[in-house]
Design a protein around this ligand. Structure first.
Ligand SMILES: Cc1cc2nc3c(=O)[nH]c(=O)nc-3n(C[C@H](O)[C@H](O)[C@H](O)COP(=O)(O)O)c2cc1C
Length: 410
């Protein structure tokens, strides 16, 4: 073996240094390759109480863990030798366009996670061409969301309150602000038992424990944002003392039934969707009312623990009601491949809750944009590897659901 002295040009070819990124948020976001990476950044940058409020679920958190596991237990069946040089990820949902088959789920109290809150989410969603949903217990008004996302699609999520006139006033405001879809959430007759919030003293106003305060001190950026922006208040109501769960219980009307649903539907001019359907029987009853869509969801595992896994319900619900009613799904989506699997099994659309909030906590609007980039590039990659170039080509034959738990035969 002959040896020689290396020349500078040899090094230049094998060692290419990245231009340094001085902005710490941008540097962190660029290093996140998955939603799990964004979650890890969020855990480092956000005080424990709001992080746990987002990350946690009800009781033993089994509903959430099982829903995520169900997506991981997918086996894909790729078709080979297809031209996938161009992939179209766009779809029509509830009569309008979306650049990808996912939108941002409604989440409450969003500005405690990051001061940018719903405005950051709505602006990022609008720029990416996907719908944004505002919760009844959101921390930005419908008009504020419209301002942040003036040309994109905004959806409003309704919790029916005991005070019906007040509930419908907010709905009217959303309609006036151009929101094109109403999602009525039906899985919260009472609030679920979110134990992390009780342990952390996440009440309104906060009743902080020593541990919560100690944990929050090093999260300087969160504090600066929190203290130097408009105080957190609720878009639709104000002045509350108690835990989040107690607040929900005081507001929500546990008597709401199918007649009320029809009553709300009659008053809404746009697309009408019921969120939180968890059995085939209820899917049929809701579809019979003539709604435009249903969301199979167990509220991200934040309500009934050990609830049905929405992804497992999907094929039979699509088979039974999917011809006349759009079937959407959420709970447990952590990657673009999860979304592709859901679409293959007949979901028209999906919603992402925590995936969006991890991005928000990790870096405000830029963080939500990073969430959307990660999910959308995973969708494109999975579609190409499956050999499909449009969402319509995705079919049940592309996916097998490997099931760990099966019911005991009765
Ligand atoms: C922090 C947080 C707050 C939420 N607030 C609401 C809400 O106000 N209204 C609602 O209908 N759903 C709410 N959800 C449920 C989401 O809309 C969605 O169903 C759920 O997050 C989907 O599961 P995923 O987080 O695994 O994506 C919330 C979820 C989270 C994580």
């Amino acid at each position: 073996m002959e040896r020689r002295l290396p020349k500078p040009v040899d090094f230049a070819q094998i060692l290419k240094f990245k231009a340094p990124e001085w902005n710490p948020t941008r540097r962190r976001l660029a290093s996140a390759l998955t939603i799990a990476d964004l979650r890890a950044i969020a855990a480092r940058t956000t005080p424990r109480a709001p992080f746990d409020y987002t990350d946690g679920a009800a009781e033993g958190e089994l509903s959430l863990a099982r829903a995520r596991q169900a997506f991981q237990d997918v086996e894909f069946h790729p078709a080979i030798l297809r031209d996938v040089s161009q992939v179209d990820t766009s779809c029509t949902v509830l009569g309008g366009p979306s650049a990808f088959p996912f939108g941002i789920a409604p989440t409450g109290f969003t500005r405690i996670m990051h001061a940018g809150g719903e405005r950051a989410g709505a602006a990022a969603a609008g720029a990416a061409g996907i719908p944004f949903s505002l919760s009844t217990v959101g921390t930005t008004s419908p008009e504020g969301v419209r301002e942040a996302n003036p040309t994109g699609r905004n959806w409003f999520q309704l919790y029916m309150w005991k005070d019906r006139d007040r509930s419908m006033e907010v709905v009217e405001r959303a309609a006036k602000a151009g929101f094109d879809t109403l999602l009525v959430t039906v899985d919260v007759p009472v609030a679920g038992a979110r134990l992390r919030d009780v342990r952390n003293g996440l009440t309104i106003p906060p009743t902080l424990t020593g541990r919560t305060v100690l944990n929050a001190i090093p999260k300087a950026r969160w504090w600066v944002d929190f203290l130097t922006t408009e105080p957190v208040h609720f878009a639709s109501f104000d002045g509350w003392n108690g835990t989040v769960a107690e607040l929900l219980d005081s507001m929500f009307d546990p008597t709401v039934d199918f007649d009320d649903l029809r009553w709300i539907k009659d008053q809404w001019p746009g697309a009408f969707v019921v969120k939180g359907v968890q059995t085939l029987e209820d899917a049929k009853r809701v579809a019979d009312i003539g709604v435009d869509g249903i969301v199979l969801s167990n509220h991200g595992g934040r309500q009934l623990d050990r609830a049905p896994i929405p992804f497992h319900l999907l094929p039979e619900v699509v088979r039974e009601v999917g011809r006349d009613t759009e079937v959407h799904i959420d709970t447990g989506i952590m990657s673009g491949a999860d979304i592709v699997a859901a679409v293959a099994l007949g979901a028209r659309f999906t919603l992402v809750g925590r995936a969006y909030l991890y991005g928000l906590m990790a870096g405000g609007q830029a963080g939500v944009t990073r969430t959307i980039e990660i999910l959308s590039s995973e969708i494109v990659l999975t579609m190409k590897l499956l050999g499909v170039s449009t969402l319509d080509e995705l079919e049940p034959r592309h996916v097998t659901q490997l099931v760990r738990m099966v019911p005991i035969a009765r």
